[in-house]
Design a protein around this ligand. Sequence first.
Ligand SMILES: Cc1cc2nc3c(=O)[nH]c(=O)nc-3n(C[C@H](O)[C@H](O)[C@H](O)COP(=O)(O)OP(=O)(O)OC[C@H]3O[C@@H](n4cnc5c(N)ncnc54)[C@H](O)[C@@H]3O)c2cc1C
Length: 456
Amino acid sequence: MVTTNTNPTLILGAGPAGLAAGYYLSHSGFRPLLLEAADEPGGFARTYTHREFRYDAGAHRFHDKDPEITSDLKRLMGPRLLHARAPSQICWKNTFLDFPLSPLDLIIKMGVGDISRAAWDLVRARCSRSKEQDHTLETQALHRYGKAIANSFLIGYSEKLWGVPANRLLPEVSGGRLKGLTARTVFYELVKGKRSKTAHLDGSFYYPRNGYGEIADHLAEAIGRDNILTRRTISRISHDRGRLVSIHIDGVTLDADEVVSTLGPLRFLSLLDPKPPRDILDAASSLKFRDLLLVVVFLNRPRVSNNASIYFPSLQFPFTRLHEPKNRSPEMAPPNQTCVVVEIPCFPNDPICLLPHHVIAENTIEQIESLNLFKGSEVIDTKIHYLSSAYPVLEIGSEALVESVMNYLRGFENLHTVGRAGRFEYKHVHDLMKQGKELAARLTDRHSPSASRDSE
Ligand SMILES: Cc1cc2nc3c(=O)[nH]c(=O)nc-3n(C[C@H](O)[C@H](O)[C@H](O)COP(=O)(O)OP(=O)(O)OC[C@H]3O[C@@H](n4cnc5c(N)ncnc54)[C@H](O)[C@@H]3O)c2cc1C
């Protein structure tokens, strides 16, 4: 238990990263105080409600990648956490293929001509493969999967999602999207059929009954709602001799002992007083974020499909993904109705962002109708959300910029950065929980009585 700190640990931002840090810190005896600009905590991992529907800010699932963090989450959520099972598909030339790609399904649905070309490309790519060349998403995809598969399913999709040519994107952005397509899965599926798919590929994942935002709600309850100040925008962060001294919000000044920031680099740096050096500000302003338009379509029909998500690599559509919340938890929509959430990645000045919302909704409905997923006459309502800075764009050169910004921030001895924007990393909620847990352990060590004796 920590006994030395008197002021609360200030946490800037109450998205999953800030909440996770607050949760683990309070378990370690710290007193966290979260400062959040929005009207409620949760960041991009919150769940919206409209009429009798619930939906998340884009397709979310809890990835069971770290047993210790998964068991922490199970303890936190208890019976509210469902073990969901729902497959996903990818829309390719107006047919729907299993996703992640399954070799057997590809053979059945692509036809002999296309699949032989793809197989030939794959063999050639594997023979000429050199891992050293895999330093962009494009080269990695071409070497790993061959031209036909890479172009059809990964390269165009990634360019649409990130808004940058694939030969400028770092391989990390693929997020393991074609993981299922390995020599091993080809063999097992051909010999044993689809049932041989691995647990990761069969579409099982954790998901809270009332939407992904319930994770944020449980973290917030555990921290104590009184320790989370919402609708508070930070206006200035004063610093002196390598320490953050105070945080200014709405005319109030809070003394800073330890500060945890989840804010994006530019946002954080532009609040600093005195201002950071010009080259650091320039580096932070060169880091790009991708925004997302969410089009939510509410439907008078029980279901659209049984998929968790459907992916759209074709450039014919502006959207990359659609998800049907009801297939994650039945409590997301009334029994005879459903809704779909369509994700359109964009930058703020893209032509699509300048269209009136009703036009964006009408166009989206028309495009999805053309795929026979639902009929226009079944639409009962629509809603549009604009998510600013949803994804950090990891492109060639961004690593050096991030390093120089982080190096500058490491110069503040009482500042700790966590989070997707905070560290400019493509991370998920289980990663952010891990970051929070590791931070709490580090701060516990730092504030333990023996650490103060050692430093004397
Ligand atoms: C479409 C989409 C799908 C995703 N799918 C998954 C998934 O399936 N599984 C998964 O684990 N993760 C998923 N994620 C990622 C997950 O939502 C993010 O990792 C997470 O939201 C990032 O958390 P964060 O706390 O770092 O940042 P954010 O969620 O961005 O939270 C930052 C918070 O800081 C607040 N803030 C900003 N500026 C200020 C200021 N000046 N003063 C006070 N407060 C401020 C914001 O209001 C916000 O609440 C997805 C994300 C998106 C966008």
